[in-house]
Design a binder for this molecule. Structure first.
Ligand code: FAD
Length: 354
């Protein structure tokens, strides 16, 4: 078992930002990441996801991304940027290392059990994101469906969908994007629980702040966080205008049940029949925080979430969650890393920043 001041779990935007501020503060730390390469969850995103109209990655602290080719997959661009970042600052990233559990350790320390041995830190920064916990809603009849069901986390390419009718479920950016992409090669139906949000103008910062405040209030109350990135609305691009004109973005309310050959409403939506036959259901229904390895610390509240103030777990101030709840965006993750390290400096009694 290795004694250390701080273990960071995860080397995505949130983990790297934390590692940068820890290194600047001279705090002895290690970053454990189970992904095979630098890039956090971005390395796993589908090849047609590029940075530009709908997606933007904020610069990590201390090293701008610089000019990038917006036509290249973000999985490549971000992985290269994160790799350069780790190298430039000599960040102590170890991969692939899976953290299996975090529990109470000896002498007031924590115990981090991993695939590469145990660490015993005085404080922990959890930066494990959401990618590895795709959320699948449950609908009656789901197990009877004879076609293919997949989540955005499984999506690689539309190629296999040609000639098959695809139902896309979800109102967020991934749903809109994949719907438009798939509709170029086959027929589609779009189904959402809430009406989707599009924006004509630039990103509304006030709406963004309101979304962060809403999610912050939820995590302070110990509730499951909800999404901050979903609140920004999808920009009306030329592709959106074309898809609208073609009827691709005509959305139906959520169906009531799944049947072997499609999806069914109990009462027919206006202008439609009660059944849409389909061979594929694509669930673009979001993700939940990856926190199962923290279970032995018993941080979960009766409301189902971990109560977090700033970045600190209220039930255990040695534990910080970054990229969680209000900080689950690339800009939020940056700030959360700085905040967590400020708190940890005080906890460890290290001298304050100049
Ligand atoms: P991640 O990037 O998910 O990194 C977590 C890391 O932790 C991974 O490398 C993982 O392997 C590792 N890990 C997990 N569990 C363990 C374990 N037990 N042991 C060891 N390692 C572990 N935000 C924006 O600001 N702009 C956007 O355009 C945008 N687009 C998005 C598009 C999609 C499809 C999705 C799903 C999200 C998007 N977001 C966007 C949100 C954004 O990607 C994240 O909030 C942000 O990148 C912060 O990531 P992170 O560091 O918290 O987690």
């Amino acid at each position: 078992m290795t004694d250390i001041d701080v273990v960071v779990i995860g080397a995505g935007q949130a983990g790297l930002s934390s590692a940068y501020f820890l290194s600047r503060a001279g705090i002895d730390s290690v970053v454990l990441d189970r992904s095979p390469r630098p890039g956090g969850a971005w390395q796993f995103r589908w090849p047609s996801l590029t940075l530009g109209a709908a997606h933007r990655v904020h610069d990590l602290p201390g090293l701008p991304m610089g000019v990038v080719d917006m036509t290249r997959p973000s999985s490549e661009v971000v992985s290269e940027y994160f790799a350069a970042y780790e190298r430039t600052f000599g960040l102590p990233v170890r991969r692939p290392v899976t953290v299996r559990a975090v529990r109470e350790g000896p002498a007031g320390r924590l115990l981090v059990e991993t695939s590469a041995g145990d660490w015993s830190p005085r404080a922990l920064i959890n930066a494990t994101g959401t990618w590895e916990r795709p959320f699948w809603p449950r609908y009656p009849g789901q197990e009877t469906f004879l076609g293919r069901q997949l989540h955005t986390a499984d999506y690689v390419t539309r190629d296999k969908f040609a000639g098959r009718h695809v139902v896309v479920v979800g109102a967020g950016a991934s749903a809109v994007q994949l719907l438009m992409e798939i509709a170029e090669i086959t027929t589609t139906t779009w189904v959402t629980r809430r009406p989707p949000v599009f924006r004509e103008g630039p990103f509304d910062e006030e709406a963004g702040r309101a979304a962060v405040a809403r999610v912050d209030a939820r995590v302070r109350a110990g509730l499951p966080p909800g999404s901050v990135v979903g609140a920004t609305g999808y920009p009306v691009t030329p592709q959106v205008r074309a898809a609208r004109a073609a009827g691709v973005l005509d959305r139906l309310p959520m169906f009531d049940r799944i049947v072997p050959d499609g999806v069914r409403w109990d009462a027919a939506p206006a202008g439609h029949g009660r059944l849409v036959r389909a061979e594929v259901i694509l669930w673009a229904t979001g993700f939940r925080p990856v926190v199962g390895h923290l279970a032995p610390l018993h941080l979960r509240e009766p409301g189902g979430g971990i109560r977090v103030e700033d970045t600190r777990a209220v039930l255990d101030p040695r534990v910080h969650l970054v990229g969680y709840g209000p900080s689950a965006s690339t800009i939020g993750a940056n700030r959360a890393g700085r905040t967590a390290v400020q708190h940890i400096r005080r906890l460890l009694g290290a001298p304050m920043a100049a």
